[in-house]
Design a protein around this ligand. Structure first.
Ligand SMILES: [Zn+2]
Ligand SMILES: [Zn+2]
Length: 161
């Protein structure tokens, strides 16, 4: 019997590393609508943090170790690490341990991205991004995945949003 390449019952091409649901491409990112995880390129993360804090961040990876989960795009094992964000003289140390693929960016579980944004903002709250301080950080991450309001960093006072 002939087996064709596209079997609809097979795993999707881009399974969420957390819950195995298929990821949805959103600009340069891949988001999971089921668990709200997200794979984001470092350049995108940098742009978002710049918008939050008003300074261009640089990153360090610390505590690197072989990760257990595969990259959803290339299936290579991701590297577990902790992110350190340099913002001018400040150093933000978001608590979550993240996973990254050298080629495809950083995987954030549901609350991890919000934790990173929150930590960066707490260290250097000088950005022009359209973030309401009264909103919880999960709302911020939701915006980032393009769910409802569009990516907040397109605003910044000069967008057409
Ligand atoms: Zn998921
Ligand atoms: Zn990859």
């Amino acid at each position: 019997m002939l087996i064709l390449m596209s079997d609809p019952y097979r795993d999707p091409d881009r399974p969420c590393p957390s819950c195995k649901a298929p990821l949805r491409a959103f600009r340069a990112r891949f988001v999971c609508d089921a668990c709200e995880g997200m794979l984001a390129p470092l350049a995108d993360l940098s742009a978002a943090i710049e918008d939050i804090t008003g300074v261009v961040p640089s990153f360090d990876y610390v505590d690197e170790a072989p990760g257990k989960r595969p990259c959803p795009l290339c299936a290579a094992p991701m590297t577990a690490f902790k992110l350190r964000i340099h913002l001018d003289d400040e150093l933000a140390k978001p608590p979550p341990q993240l996973d990254r693929c050298a080629q495809h960016g950083i995987w954030f579980d549901t609350d991890e991205l919000a934790a990173v944004f929150e930590k960066a903002r707490a260290k250097h709250p000088g950005g022009g991004g359209a973030i309401s301080k009264t909103r919880d950080p999960v709302g911020t991450a939701g915006s980032w995945s393009g769910d409802r309001k569009g990516p907040f960093w397109f605003g910044g006072g000069h967008g057409n949003y």
